[in-house]
Design a protein around this ligand. Structure first.
Ligand SMILES: [Zn+2]
Length: 457
Protein backbone atom coordinates (compact mmCIF):
# COMPACT_ATOMS: atom_id res chain seq x y z
CA UNK A 1 0.00 0.00 0.00
CA UNK A 2 1.25 3.47 -0.83
CA UNK A 3 2.34 5.67 2.05
CA UNK A 4 -0.24 8.25 3.17
CA UNK A 5 0.67 11.94 2.79
CA UNK A 6 1.24 12.08 6.55
CA UNK A 7 3.60 9.11 6.44
CA UNK A 8 5.44 10.70 3.52
CA UNK A 9 5.86 13.87 5.55
CA UNK A 10 7.13 11.89 8.54
CA UNK A 11 9.57 10.19 6.19
CA UNK A 12 10.80 13.54 4.89
CA UNK A 13 11.30 14.87 8.44
CA UNK A 14 13.24 11.71 9.28
CA UNK A 15 15.49 12.34 6.27
CA UNK A 16 16.08 15.99 7.29
CA UNK A 17 16.83 14.87 10.84
CA UNK A 18 19.51 12.53 9.50
CA UNK A 19 21.00 15.42 7.44
CA UNK A 20 21.12 17.61 10.54
CA UNK A 21 22.86 14.86 12.50
CA UNK A 22 25.45 14.36 9.76
CA UNK A 23 26.06 18.13 9.50
CA UNK A 24 26.50 18.32 13.24
CA UNK A 25 29.13 15.58 13.35
CA UNK A 26 31.00 17.11 10.40
CA UNK A 27 31.14 20.41 12.31
CA UNK A 28 32.39 18.62 15.45
CA UNK A 29 35.05 16.89 13.39
CA UNK A 30 36.12 20.20 11.80
CA UNK A 31 36.61 21.77 15.22
CA UNK A 32 38.16 18.84 17.08
CA UNK A 33 39.81 16.30 14.76
CA UNK A 34 40.14 17.49 11.16
CA UNK A 35 43.61 18.34 9.81
CA UNK A 36 43.85 22.11 9.28
CA UNK A 37 44.55 21.82 5.56
CA UNK A 38 41.24 20.07 4.91
CA UNK A 39 39.04 23.13 5.45
CA UNK A 40 38.28 23.60 1.72
CA UNK A 41 37.09 20.05 1.23
CA UNK A 42 34.98 20.21 4.36
CA UNK A 43 33.52 23.59 3.31
CA UNK A 44 32.23 21.99 0.10
CA UNK A 45 30.77 19.03 1.98
CA UNK A 46 28.98 21.28 4.46
CA UNK A 47 27.65 23.61 1.74
CA UNK A 48 26.25 20.62 -0.19
CA UNK A 49 24.44 19.26 2.87
CA UNK A 50 23.22 22.72 3.97
CA UNK A 51 21.66 23.37 0.56
CA UNK A 52 20.08 19.93 0.57
CA UNK A 53 18.16 20.49 3.78
CA UNK A 54 17.03 24.08 3.26
CA UNK A 55 13.97 25.44 1.51
CA UNK A 56 15.47 28.57 -0.10
CA UNK A 57 18.20 26.81 -2.13
CA UNK A 58 19.57 29.61 -4.33
CA UNK A 59 19.61 32.32 -1.67
CA UNK A 60 21.05 29.89 0.90
CA UNK A 61 23.78 28.87 -1.56
CA UNK A 62 24.68 32.54 -2.24
CA UNK A 63 24.65 33.29 1.47
CA UNK A 64 26.84 30.25 2.16
CA UNK A 65 29.42 31.49 -0.34
CA UNK A 66 29.29 35.11 0.88
CA UNK A 67 29.66 34.10 4.51
CA UNK A 68 32.52 31.70 3.74
CA UNK A 69 34.34 34.63 2.09
CA UNK A 70 33.39 37.09 4.83
CA UNK A 71 34.70 34.71 7.49
CA UNK A 72 38.09 34.51 5.78
CA UNK A 73 38.33 38.32 5.60
CA UNK A 74 37.08 38.66 9.17
CA UNK A 75 40.05 36.54 10.28
CA UNK A 76 42.39 38.67 8.12
CA UNK A 77 40.93 41.94 9.40
CA UNK A 78 41.37 40.78 12.99
CA UNK A 79 44.99 39.82 12.33
CA UNK A 80 45.71 43.20 10.76
CA UNK A 81 43.45 45.15 13.13
CA UNK A 82 41.88 46.71 10.05
CA UNK A 83 38.09 46.79 9.80
CA UNK A 84 38.27 48.07 6.20
CA UNK A 85 39.45 44.62 5.02
CA UNK A 86 36.23 43.10 6.34
CA UNK A 87 33.71 45.89 5.62
CA UNK A 88 32.87 45.17 1.92
CA UNK A 89 32.34 41.46 2.68
CA UNK A 90 30.16 42.23 5.67
CA UNK A 91 28.17 44.56 3.44
CA UNK A 92 27.54 41.73 0.98
CA UNK A 93 26.39 39.45 3.80
CA UNK A 94 24.08 42.18 5.11
CA UNK A 95 22.45 42.53 1.67
CA UNK A 96 21.76 38.81 1.44
CA UNK A 97 20.54 38.56 5.04
CA UNK A 98 18.18 41.44 4.29
CA UNK A 99 16.77 39.47 1.33
CA UNK A 100 16.45 36.37 3.45
CA UNK A 101 14.69 38.32 6.23
CA UNK A 102 12.23 39.84 3.77
CA UNK A 103 11.41 36.45 2.20
CA UNK A 104 11.03 34.68 5.52
CA UNK A 105 9.00 37.59 6.90
CA UNK A 106 6.60 37.42 3.96
CA UNK A 107 6.19 33.69 4.29
CA UNK A 108 5.52 33.83 8.03
CA UNK A 109 3.71 37.15 8.31
CA UNK A 110 6.46 38.72 10.39
CA UNK A 111 8.55 41.88 10.21
CA UNK A 112 11.94 41.08 8.63
CA UNK A 113 14.04 41.27 11.80
CA UNK A 114 11.39 39.30 13.71
CA UNK A 115 11.64 36.62 11.06
CA UNK A 116 15.37 36.29 11.71
CA UNK A 117 14.89 36.10 15.49
CA UNK A 118 12.12 33.56 14.91
CA UNK A 119 14.55 31.42 12.93
CA UNK A 120 16.73 31.05 16.04
CA UNK A 121 14.10 31.28 18.78
CA UNK A 122 10.61 30.58 17.45
CA UNK A 123 7.82 32.38 19.26
CA UNK A 124 9.85 35.35 20.55
CA UNK A 125 9.26 38.75 18.96
CA UNK A 126 11.17 42.03 18.94
CA UNK A 127 8.44 43.45 21.20
CA UNK A 128 9.15 40.70 23.79
CA UNK A 129 12.88 41.38 23.59
CA UNK A 130 12.39 45.16 23.89
CA UNK A 131 10.30 44.77 27.05
CA UNK A 132 12.87 42.51 28.69
CA UNK A 133 15.88 44.58 27.59
CA UNK A 134 14.25 47.77 28.86
CA UNK A 135 13.82 46.21 32.30
CA UNK A 136 17.47 45.15 32.29
CA UNK A 137 18.70 48.56 31.11
CA UNK A 138 16.90 50.22 34.00
CA UNK A 139 18.54 48.04 36.69
CA UNK A 140 21.86 46.74 35.42
CA UNK A 141 24.06 49.89 35.31
CA UNK A 142 23.59 50.66 39.01
CA UNK A 143 23.74 46.97 39.94
CA UNK A 144 27.10 46.63 38.15
CA UNK A 145 28.49 49.69 39.95
CA UNK A 146 27.32 48.46 43.35
CA UNK A 147 28.60 44.92 42.81
CA UNK A 148 32.04 46.18 41.83
CA UNK A 149 32.08 48.37 44.93
CA UNK A 150 31.00 45.51 47.23
CA UNK A 151 33.63 43.21 45.74
CA UNK A 152 36.46 45.77 45.86
CA UNK A 153 36.66 45.35 49.62
CA UNK A 154 36.90 41.55 49.27
CA UNK A 155 39.23 40.88 46.35
CA UNK A 156 39.90 37.15 45.91
CA UNK A 157 43.35 35.72 46.63
CA UNK A 158 44.90 34.35 43.40
CA UNK A 159 44.78 30.58 42.88
CA UNK A 160 48.20 29.18 42.17
CA UNK A 161 49.26 25.69 41.15
CA UNK A 162 50.07 23.57 38.15
CA UNK A 163 46.69 22.94 36.54
CA UNK A 164 47.69 20.48 33.83
CA UNK A 165 45.16 19.56 31.16
CA UNK A 166 45.14 15.94 32.35
CA UNK A 167 44.25 16.96 35.91
CA UNK A 168 41.59 19.46 34.84
CA UNK A 169 40.14 16.91 32.48
CA UNK A 170 39.86 14.28 35.23
CA UNK A 171 38.13 16.83 37.46
CA UNK A 172 35.70 17.79 34.68
CA UNK A 173 34.86 14.17 33.88
CA UNK A 174 34.04 13.52 37.54
CA UNK A 175 31.73 16.56 37.71
CA UNK A 176 30.09 15.78 34.37
CA UNK A 177 29.36 12.23 35.53
CA UNK A 178 27.64 13.66 38.61
CA UNK A 179 25.56 15.88 36.34
CA UNK A 180 24.48 12.77 34.44
CA UNK A 181 26.47 13.14 31.21
CA UNK A 182 26.48 9.68 29.54
CA UNK A 183 30.10 8.93 28.66
CA UNK A 184 29.06 5.64 27.03
CA UNK A 185 27.12 7.63 24.40
CA UNK A 186 29.04 10.89 24.45
CA UNK A 187 32.49 12.47 24.49
CA UNK A 188 34.30 15.39 26.10
CA UNK A 189 37.03 16.87 23.89
CA UNK A 190 38.91 20.14 23.57
CA UNK A 191 38.43 22.91 21.03
CA UNK A 192 39.21 26.60 20.57
CA UNK A 193 35.69 27.56 21.77
CA UNK A 194 33.48 25.18 23.73
CA UNK A 195 30.42 23.79 21.91
CA UNK A 196 27.95 20.91 21.79
CA UNK A 197 27.24 18.92 18.63
CA UNK A 198 25.91 15.52 17.72
CA UNK A 199 22.58 13.86 18.38
CA UNK A 200 21.09 11.99 21.33
CA UNK A 201 22.86 8.65 21.23
CA UNK A 202 26.10 10.31 20.10
CA UNK A 203 26.51 13.65 21.86
CA UNK A 204 29.80 15.58 21.76
CA UNK A 205 30.74 18.39 24.14
CA UNK A 206 34.00 20.31 24.10
CA UNK A 207 35.78 22.73 26.37
CA UNK A 208 39.05 24.59 26.53
CA UNK A 209 41.39 24.23 29.49
CA UNK A 210 43.38 27.24 30.67
CA UNK A 211 46.56 26.19 32.47
CA UNK A 212 46.32 29.25 34.75
CA UNK A 213 42.64 29.05 35.59
CA UNK A 214 41.17 25.94 37.24
CA UNK A 215 37.55 27.05 36.69
CA UNK A 216 37.17 28.19 33.07
CA UNK A 217 37.62 24.74 31.48
CA UNK A 218 35.44 23.03 34.08
CA UNK A 219 32.62 25.57 33.80
CA UNK A 220 32.86 25.52 30.00
CA UNK A 221 32.31 21.76 30.15
CA UNK A 222 29.44 22.22 32.63
CA UNK A 223 27.82 24.82 30.34
CA UNK A 224 27.98 22.48 27.36
CA UNK A 225 26.66 19.62 29.49
CA UNK A 226 23.58 21.78 30.14
CA UNK A 227 23.03 21.83 26.36
CA UNK A 228 23.72 18.12 26.09
CA UNK A 229 21.31 17.15 28.88
CA UNK A 230 18.56 19.17 27.19
CA UNK A 231 19.15 17.45 23.87
CA UNK A 232 19.25 14.06 25.59
CA UNK A 233 16.04 14.76 27.51
CA UNK A 234 13.94 15.61 24.44
CA UNK A 235 11.06 13.15 23.93
CA UNK A 236 12.73 10.04 22.50
CA UNK A 237 9.67 8.73 20.66
CA UNK A 238 9.54 11.95 18.55
CA UNK A 239 13.28 12.33 18.10
CA UNK A 240 13.25 12.54 14.29
CA UNK A 241 10.11 14.68 14.01
CA UNK A 242 9.74 18.49 14.44
CA UNK A 243 7.72 18.13 17.66
CA UNK A 244 10.60 16.23 19.27
CA UNK A 245 13.16 18.95 18.62
CA UNK A 246 14.52 21.60 20.99
CA UNK A 247 12.47 24.78 21.38
CA UNK A 248 15.08 27.11 19.88
CA UNK A 249 18.25 28.87 20.90
CA UNK A 250 16.99 30.89 23.86
CA UNK A 251 15.69 27.77 25.60
CA UNK A 252 18.88 25.89 24.66
CA UNK A 253 20.96 28.66 26.22
CA UNK A 254 18.71 28.74 29.29
CA UNK A 255 19.67 25.12 29.99
CA UNK A 256 23.43 25.69 29.69
CA UNK A 257 23.31 28.93 31.69
CA UNK A 258 21.13 27.36 34.39
CA UNK A 259 23.87 24.77 34.93
CA UNK A 260 26.82 27.11 34.64
CA UNK A 261 25.54 30.24 36.36
CA UNK A 262 22.57 29.48 38.60
CA UNK A 263 23.60 26.03 39.83
CA UNK A 264 27.40 25.97 39.65
CA UNK A 265 28.56 29.52 40.26
CA UNK A 266 27.09 29.07 43.72
CA UNK A 267 28.20 28.45 47.29
CA UNK A 268 26.57 25.00 47.21
CA UNK A 269 28.59 23.96 44.17
CA UNK A 270 31.81 25.24 45.76
CA UNK A 271 31.10 23.02 48.75
CA UNK A 272 30.84 20.03 46.43
CA UNK A 273 33.73 20.81 44.10
CA UNK A 274 36.38 22.01 46.58
CA UNK A 275 37.40 18.52 47.79
CA UNK A 276 37.44 17.36 44.15
CA UNK A 277 39.78 20.21 43.26
CA UNK A 278 42.10 19.20 46.09
CA UNK A 279 42.01 15.60 44.89
CA UNK A 280 42.47 16.10 41.15
CA UNK A 281 44.49 19.33 41.01
CA UNK A 282 46.54 18.37 44.07
CA UNK A 283 46.25 21.81 45.59
CA UNK A 284 46.00 23.05 49.13
CA UNK A 285 46.33 26.25 51.12
CA UNK A 286 44.12 29.01 52.48
CA UNK A 287 43.30 30.38 49.00
CA UNK A 288 41.41 27.12 48.34
CA UNK A 289 38.84 27.71 51.06
CA UNK A 290 35.19 27.97 50.08
CA UNK A 291 34.85 31.71 50.55
CA UNK A 292 37.80 32.50 48.30
CA UNK A 293 36.75 30.05 45.58
CA UNK A 294 33.28 31.56 45.55
CA UNK A 295 34.73 35.07 45.18
CA UNK A 296 36.53 33.88 42.06
CA UNK A 297 33.29 32.50 40.63
CA UNK A 298 31.31 35.73 40.97
CA UNK A 299 34.01 38.31 40.18
CA UNK A 300 32.57 41.28 38.26
CA UNK A 301 34.85 43.23 35.94
CA UNK A 302 34.15 45.60 33.08
CA UNK A 303 35.63 44.21 29.88
CA UNK A 304 35.45 45.28 26.25
CA UNK A 305 35.28 41.61 25.22
CA UNK A 306 31.97 39.74 25.35
CA UNK A 307 33.62 36.34 25.76
CA UNK A 308 35.51 37.58 28.82
CA UNK A 309 32.45 39.17 30.40
CA UNK A 310 31.06 37.90 33.69
CA UNK A 311 27.45 37.01 34.37
CA UNK A 312 26.46 40.52 35.43
CA UNK A 313 28.01 42.59 32.62
CA UNK A 314 27.31 40.07 29.85
CA UNK A 315 23.80 41.33 28.99
CA UNK A 316 25.21 44.79 28.31
CA UNK A 317 27.36 43.40 25.48
CA UNK A 318 24.33 41.71 23.96
CA UNK A 319 22.06 44.74 24.16
CA UNK A 320 24.71 46.73 22.27
CA UNK A 321 24.82 44.12 19.48
CA UNK A 322 21.03 43.91 19.31
CA UNK A 323 20.69 47.66 18.89
CA UNK A 324 23.42 47.90 16.24
CA UNK A 325 22.41 44.88 14.15
CA UNK A 326 18.85 46.17 13.84
CA UNK A 327 20.18 49.51 12.61
CA UNK A 328 22.53 47.83 10.13
CA UNK A 329 19.72 45.73 8.66
CA UNK A 330 17.33 48.70 8.49
CA UNK A 331 20.04 50.65 6.69
CA UNK A 332 20.14 53.46 9.27
CA UNK A 333 23.71 52.51 10.28
CA UNK A 334 26.11 52.16 7.31
CA UNK A 335 28.58 49.28 7.74
CA UNK A 336 31.45 51.78 7.39
CA UNK A 337 30.27 53.62 10.52
CA UNK A 338 30.08 50.46 12.63
CA UNK A 339 33.42 50.82 14.50
CA UNK A 340 32.65 54.26 15.91
CA UNK A 341 29.02 53.39 16.68
CA UNK A 342 30.23 50.29 18.54
CA UNK A 343 32.82 52.10 20.64
CA UNK A 344 30.50 54.96 21.53
CA UNK A 345 27.71 52.55 22.46
CA UNK A 346 29.92 50.47 24.76
CA UNK A 347 31.31 53.57 26.42
CA UNK A 348 27.83 54.85 27.09
CA UNK A 349 26.59 51.50 28.44
CA UNK A 350 29.61 50.26 30.39
CA UNK A 351 31.88 53.27 30.77
CA UNK A 352 34.71 51.54 28.94
CA UNK A 353 35.93 52.14 25.40
CA UNK A 354 37.75 49.72 23.07
CA UNK A 355 41.06 51.15 21.88
CA UNK A 356 40.99 49.18 18.61
CA UNK A 357 38.50 47.28 16.45
CA UNK A 358 39.84 43.86 17.44
CA UNK A 359 38.55 44.64 20.94
CA UNK A 360 35.51 46.32 19.38
CA UNK A 361 33.36 45.41 16.40
CA UNK A 362 35.73 42.73 15.04
CA UNK A 363 35.58 40.50 18.12
CA UNK A 364 32.64 38.25 17.19
CA UNK A 365 32.25 35.88 14.26
CA UNK A 366 28.41 35.99 14.23
CA UNK A 367 27.77 38.72 11.65
CA UNK A 368 30.50 37.36 9.34
CA UNK A 369 28.67 34.05 9.17
CA UNK A 370 25.29 35.75 8.68
CA UNK A 371 23.90 35.23 12.18
CA UNK A 372 21.75 38.33 12.61
CA UNK A 373 18.95 37.94 15.17
CA UNK A 374 21.06 35.40 17.05
CA UNK A 375 22.58 37.55 19.84
CA UNK A 376 19.36 38.27 21.81
CA UNK A 377 18.98 34.55 22.51
CA UNK A 378 21.98 34.64 24.87
CA UNK A 379 20.28 37.11 27.21
CA UNK A 380 16.83 35.62 26.75
CA UNK A 381 18.45 32.34 27.82
CA UNK A 382 19.80 33.94 31.00
CA UNK A 383 16.41 35.51 31.73
CA UNK A 384 14.60 32.19 31.19
CA UNK A 385 17.19 30.42 33.36
CA UNK A 386 16.54 32.96 36.12
CA UNK A 387 12.83 32.27 36.03
CA UNK A 388 13.23 28.47 35.86
CA UNK A 389 15.77 28.59 38.70
CA UNK A 390 13.31 30.43 40.94
CA UNK A 391 10.46 28.03 40.19
CA UNK A 392 12.66 24.94 40.57
CA UNK A 393 13.94 26.09 43.97
CA UNK A 394 10.41 26.87 45.16
CA UNK A 395 9.40 23.30 44.24
CA UNK A 396 12.64 21.87 45.66
CA UNK A 397 13.65 23.65 48.88
CA UNK A 398 16.53 21.21 49.52
CA UNK A 399 18.21 21.86 46.17
CA UNK A 400 21.31 23.54 47.61
CA UNK A 401 21.97 20.67 50.03
CA UNK A 402 21.68 18.21 47.15
CA UNK A 403 24.10 20.21 44.98
CA UNK A 404 26.55 20.52 47.88
CA UNK A 405 26.46 16.70 48.08
CA UNK A 406 27.06 16.39 44.31
CA UNK A 407 23.52 15.11 43.70
CA UNK A 408 21.88 16.55 40.60
CA UNK A 409 19.07 14.00 40.23
CA UNK A 410 16.47 16.38 41.67
CA UNK A 411 17.46 19.11 39.23
CA UNK A 412 17.37 16.72 36.29
CA UNK A 413 13.97 15.30 37.25
CA UNK A 414 12.44 18.77 37.44
CA UNK A 415 13.96 19.80 34.10
CA UNK A 416 12.88 16.56 32.41
CA UNK A 417 9.28 17.06 33.55
CA UNK A 418 8.99 20.77 32.91
CA UNK A 419 11.35 21.60 30.05
CA UNK A 420 13.23 18.82 28.27
CA UNK A 421 10.40 16.33 27.89
CA UNK A 422 8.12 18.97 26.36
CA UNK A 423 10.26 19.16 23.22
CA UNK A 424 8.67 21.56 20.74
CA UNK A 425 5.10 20.66 21.74
CA UNK A 426 4.45 24.13 23.24
CA UNK A 427 5.50 27.61 22.09
CA UNK A 428 8.38 28.83 24.24
CA UNK A 429 6.30 31.42 26.13
CA UNK A 430 3.65 28.80 26.93
CA UNK A 431 6.29 26.29 28.04
CA UNK A 432 7.73 28.80 30.50
CA UNK A 433 4.30 29.72 31.80
CA UNK A 434 3.47 26.07 32.44
CA UNK A 435 6.86 25.38 34.04
CA UNK A 436 6.93 28.44 36.31
CA UNK A 437 3.29 29.50 36.64
CA UNK A 438 4.14 32.96 35.28
CA UNK A 439 4.61 34.64 31.91
CA UNK A 440 8.21 35.30 30.89
CA UNK A 441 9.56 38.56 32.38
CA UNK A 442 12.94 39.79 33.62
CA UNK A 443 11.72 40.00 37.23
CA UNK A 444 13.01 36.65 38.59
CA UNK A 445 16.33 37.05 36.77
CA UNK A 446 16.86 40.51 38.28
CA UNK A 447 15.90 39.23 41.76
CA UNK A 448 18.47 36.48 41.35
CA UNK A 449 21.23 38.87 40.21
CA UNK A 450 20.56 41.31 43.05
CA UNK A 451 20.60 38.60 45.70
CA UNK A 452 23.83 37.15 44.34
CA UNK A 453 25.83 40.27 43.58
CA UNK A 454 24.80 42.63 46.36
CA UNK A 455 25.49 40.06 49.08
CA UNK A 456 28.79 40.82 50.81
CA UNK A 457 31.03 37.90 49.79
ZN1 LIG B 1 25.66 27.82 25.21
Amino acid sequence: MAASPYEQLEQEFRRLHAFRGALSLLRWDAAVMMPRGSADVRGEQLAALETEHHALPSLIARLAKATARAEVFWVEAKKANNFKLFAPHLEEVVHLVRDKAALLGQARGLAPYDALVDGFTPGISTADIDTIFKALSRKLPSLINEAIEVQAAHAPTPLTGKFTVARQRALSVDVLKALGFPFDRGRLDESEHPFTEGVPGDIRVTTRFDLNDPFSGLLGAVHETGHAMYDLGLPAEWRDQPVGRDRGLALEESQSLLFEMNLCRSRAFVKYVRPLMEKYLQVSGPEWDEANLYRHLIRVRRSTIRMDADELTYPVHIMLRYELEKKILEGSLPVADLPEAWNANLEQRLNIRPTNDVDGCLQDIHWAVGHFGYFPSYVLGAVIAGQLNEAMRAAHPSLDEEIAAGQFGGVMDWLRDNVHGVGARLPVQELIKQATGKPLTAAAYLRYLEAKYLEVP
